[in-house]
Design a protein around this ligand. Sequence first.
Ligand SMILES: Cc1cc2nc3c(=O)[nH]c(=O)nc-3n(C[C@H](O)[C@H](O)[C@H](O)COP(=O)(O)OP(=O)(O)OC[C@H]3O[C@@H](n4cnc5c(N)ncnc54)[C@H](O)[C@@H]3O)c2cc1C
Length: 447
Amino acid sequence: MSQSENLPIPNIPQPKHKRIVIVGAGFAGLKIAQKLAHTDYQIVLFDKNNYHQFQPLLYQVATAALSPSAVSFPLRRIFHKIDNVVFRMAVVREIDKEKKTIYTNLGTIQYDYLVLSQGANTNYFGNQNIQKFCAPMKSTSEALYIRNKIISNYERAVNIADEDERKPIMNVVIVGGGATGVELAGSIAELRNKVLPKDYPQLSFKNMRVILVESGGSLLSGLTPKSREKALQYLQELGVEVMLNTRVEDYDGFIVKLLDKEPIKTLTLLWAAGIKANSLIGVEDDQKAPNGRLLVDEFNRMVNEQDIYVVGDQCVQKEEKFPNGHPQVAQVAIQQAANLAKNFKNELKGKPWIPFKYNDLGSMATIGKKMAVVDLPFVSFQGSFAWLVWLFVHLMAILGVKNKLMVFLTWSWKYLSFDPSLRLLIRPRYVKEFKRQWMLEEKDYED
Ligand SMILES: Cc1cc2nc3c(=O)[nH]c(=O)nc-3n(C[C@H](O)[C@H](O)[C@H](O)COP(=O)(O)OP(=O)(O)OC[C@H]3O[C@@H](n4cnc5c(N)ncnc54)[C@H](O)[C@@H]3O)c2cc1C
């Protein structure tokens, strides 16, 4: 730890009332900060990026359908003219619960209340080869990396004479049959079927396999049987090879080894098979569930703590209807955040705190144009209408009028022409050594 990391972060005013420090400006952290704007609390919000990411549409960035800026929103802009919210781009590393202080790469800060909303990261289940060679998709920069990787593969393949040598460069294997894997597989198949053959007429796209590998017996395990079957049918119609009950054992950057099945050659293994909750130094082992999620009570208060709260993917909270905790989805994060913000307001008014109750609004996934599945609490439907509902719900959920408009126009153009214009290969330039300390590169902010 450098000397400055032990000093208070400069230019953060002393709070007039109490200070709430929020770690992570994802769905949960951002919602709390927004709900507590213009209250007597001082809110200090940290995130390792200076933007909020709309993860449900990252797969569209990875497949060149949307630009990164359509799904990433500058956090500072959200808090224009809101005096009680201070934002800092920083990596939070450690808590000292006795001193009510957190340690970041910028320095330290004390809190009255601490809210952890750091979300989750990719889980490789301990396989270091897979971690080294696969491409995960938890952030905008990872989605952009996938876009670059797929496009570079084709720029490379088009110059290779031998067809057998080209095949592994063109194949894409996706691991994980949840919503992310299904949506990625469908979107890559659409690229293969409609877009890439126009860009690379010299390549035969019959040689490009899109394979979705899932260790369980069905896709989209949380959805109704009808939706699961339909999702499988849609993927097969798009030409995705779906391998159920199939476990990936290893990957060396070229060969995907499968348990009891033929290996697959590919340079592109996309990993959407699992997540693990983020944490911090200073959280005790008995405050974590076996899967790493932090244990909280019905008010999202961390067990054995008075002033620390955890919301969203990072926590596990048991409810009668959810004895093993809630699913790690955006709705849970948003609803927990809204409830906690209300409770902080109740605290100001001397009113009692309200326990959290999850209102499950349903689930949906889209596979391709006019191919989606929607399960609402009392009705389940699939096909074109489900696809329109999916488009509408996601459009409404995106932050900002400009972004909504941008996404609407991009989608309209894409689905009318199937010619998205984002197949650009923009590679980051290497930063000169003497400039590195001034450049806030993302690699400095990765765990
Ligand atoms: C590709 C993908 C697709 C998804 N699709 C859907 C979907 O269709 N529907 C759905 O409901 N859910 C979906 N999810 C899940 C949903 O995105 C999560 O449940 C939701 O983001 C959880 O919100 P959160 O606030 O807990 O965490 P996040 O939104 O992940 O936010 C965590 C924030 O904490 C920051 N952070 C982490 N560690 C630190 C640190 N040490 N210091 C500073 N900042 C830190 C991160 O930068 C991030 O901004 C998807 C997830 C992914 C990855």
